[in-house]
Design a protein around this ligand. Structure first.
Ligand code: SF4
Length: 309
């Protein structure tokens, strides 16, 4: 089998790491982000369907060697390179080679993925990654079959593997689609599984749905639904729960689980407040899980398309 998309990106962009979303992995830093074309899932709500469903390779750029991407990321002041927009599982060989090139120059490699992969691929792929945001798109096999042309079980296996068998920093995202995956019962079940299998310290992002691709008949997610999901997750002991695709200073921010101080204030993707000192709350010294520089980056909300020549 030959990866015909090897070396061919659908475009490069400088994004805030918070956009992936990763909230506990070098906050405020910039991630050089790219994808290719195609996907191994077929989500009816895909927001990147123009590249994941691309019928040809015509929209992809010319060959960009891994070393050139890593060098550009260093030159542009990035902290990491992120494989995103489509699922890096479908360009795994390229992503792993870019990750290795990043490590040689001191950069981190980030996978933004649905986590739908085989046991063999999972071990090899994540052996090259430093952080991942994995979608948990729903919590029933029926949801994955009807809406994603996939299965839930391999995704749960990926989450368990990352948490128990690797040092990859893990955060999880669930897009809440009204009437599809947002019932109290499903959120309760998902939260019970999350707390039991991943523990209290893996951040969980609940993001708002907007009609797209083949799912144009559903309304957007209300802020009330997002808050309800957060409350259910927190009631199970999950400490770092966030909302996404919404401007909510309280729900976008990181709070100290011990003294209640706001540790990292966020407005959209911008870090506007910082009360961490050596990975700990600067008031009560409670240690916060994640990877943090002494001070946050200052990249802000910008997303800038670039040419990696
Ligand atoms: S896994 Fe992500 S990129 Fe792939 S089809 Fe689903 S939403 Fe789109």
């Amino acid at each position: 089998m030959v990866l015909t998309a090897y070396g061919r990106s659908s475009g490069f962009c400088l994004d805030p790491i918070e956009k992936k979303p990763l909230f506990h992995f070098y906050p405020g830093s910039c991630a050089l982000s790219f994808g290719t074309a195609g996907c191994n899932l077929g989500c009816r709500f895909c927001q990147n369907w123009d590249i994941t469903k691309a019928g040809s390779m015509n929209g992809l750029g010319d060959q960009t060697p891994p070393e050139r991407i890593a060098a550009a990321a260093v030159r542009l002041g990035c902290r990491s390179v992120a494989f995103t927009y489509n699922d890096p599982v479908v360009f795994a060989e390229y992503a792993m080679n870019v990750a290795d090139a990043c490590h040689r120059v001191g950069l981190a490699a980030v996978a933004v993925t649905a986590g739908y992969m085989t046991d063999e691929c999972r071990v090899e792929f994540y052996g090259h990654m430093d952080a991942a945001n994995v979608d948990l798109k729903g919590f029933t096999e029926d949801f994955y079959r009807r809406n994603c042309a996939g299965q839930l079980a391999p995704v749960l296996a990926t989450l368990r593997h990352l948490h128990h068998n690797t040092n990859v920093w893990l955060e999880v995202t669930t897009l809440l689609i009204p009437g599809e995956n947002d019932s109290d019962g499903e959120l309760e079940n998902a939260s019970d599984w999350f707390a039991a299998q991943l523990g209290p310290d893996v951040p969980w992002h609940f993001t708002a749905f907007h009609p797209d691709y083949k799912m144009l008949d559903k309304p957007g997610t209300s802020s009330m639904t997002l808050s309800r999901a957060c409350d259910i997750a927190r009631s199970k002991g999950i400490r770092y729960v966030y909302t996404g695709n919404t401007r909510d200073l309280a729900e976008n921010s990181t709070w100290c689980p011990q003294c209640g101080q706001r540790l990292i204030g966020r407005v959209w993707h911008d870090v506007v407040e910082w009360n961490l000192s050596e990975n700990s709350c600067n008031r009560c010294r409670c240690r916060i899980p994640g990877h943090f520089d002494p001070l946050p980056g200052r990249w802000g909300n910008r997303s800038v398309r670039i040419c990696v020549a």
